[in-house]
Design a protein around this ligand. Structure first.
Ligand code: NAP
Length: 256
């Protein structure tokens, strides 16, 4: 049976819900009558106003929690607080991601590589998702199907890398894929009803892609709403044998 067919009175957790695709997931899940409760996490208050506004509108269905995924103690605190509100999760989406910031740009050349920037990519894009897999096991392990999906990126595919550039981002997404694939194998023993998956959203109109949209044809630049609908369709189609796979937004499988 597909995961979507089992969704009923489900609890969802969206990590990185302050803006972009994560905020879009929260909005869409709140409109979905099969979802009982949504929890959205944010890193900093300054960029999370839209999430707080949603919480004011849906005080009984949406909870918000602070969480910087680079701090394992914060992950532990957030999950302990979540466990006081619910005893099981059915859908977890890791929407956290970093490509550029005021102080960093993706490296175009080996000349631009530096240790601190590389470490930052790995901390945010890869390690956070794995630490969540570590700490979420008790909430995902129950007698109903559950999904833990992490938003990856096609540029993290080693087999598909024909262009080069973006060393840290690409490598951190490849590491995310390997960490989640490995966690999927461990989960298959410890929590056999959990499906772990990696999802490529397609180029989506968010802060992350904004500086790089110039050469993207309009039909290939998705709105957040479109991306979330497409990724939800992929998630709903997942079956037990799909755990540990890397899917594109249209449901096709991507090479590692
Ligand atoms: N947009 C695209 O075209 C595209 C394409 C391929 C893959 N992706 C992937 O899709 C995912 C979502 O990206 P997006 O486009 O929605 O980007 P976005 O709008 O920039 O959102 C990124 C989210 O990650 C959060 N975040 C960053 N560092 C964090 C940390 N240390 N701890 C907790 N949260 C943190 C941000 O919180 P703050 O508000 O606090 O910064 C924000 O909520 C990412 O994994 C990205 O790599 C996006």
């Amino acid at each position: 049976m597909s995961f979507g067919a089992t969704l009923n009175q489900a609890n969802a957790l969206v990590i990185g819900a302050s803006q972009g695709i994560g905020l879009g997931f929260v909005r869409q899940l709140l409109q979905d009558g099969r979802i009982a409760k949504v929890t959205g996490t944010y890193r900093q208050r300054e960029t999370a106003q839209a999430l707080f506004d949603l919480q004011t509108k849906h005080p009984d269905r949406l909870a918000v929690l602070p969480l910087d995924v680079t701090q394992e103690a914060e992950i532990e605190r957030a999950i302990a607080s979540l466990q006081q509100q619910c005893d099981r999760l059915h859908l977890v989406i890791y929407c956290v991601g970093l490509l550029h910031s005021d102080s960093m740009q993706p490296e175009k050349s080996l000349r631009q590589l530096n240790t601190d920037q590389l470490l930052q990519y790995f901390q945010v894009n890869s390690i956070g998702a794995a630490l969540l897999a570590k700490h979420l096991l008790p909430l995902l392990k129950h007698d109903q199907p559950s999904v833990y999906g992490a938003i990856s990126a096609k540029v993290g595919s080693i087999g598909d890398n024909g262009l080069g550039g973006w060393y840290g981002y690409r490598a951190s997404k490849a590491a995310l894929n390997m960490l989640m694939k490995t966690a999927a194998i461990e989960y298959s023993r410890k929590s056999p009803k959990t499906i772990m998956t990696l999802l490529h959203p397609g180029t989506t109109d968010t802060r992350l892609s904004a500086p790089f949209q110039r050469n993207v044809p309009p039909e290939k630049l998705f709105s957040v709403e479109r991306t979330v609908s497409q990724l939800m369709a992929v998630i709903e189609n997942l079956g037990p044998n799909d755990s540990g796979s890397f899917f594109s937004w249209d449901g096709s499988r991507l090479p590692w």
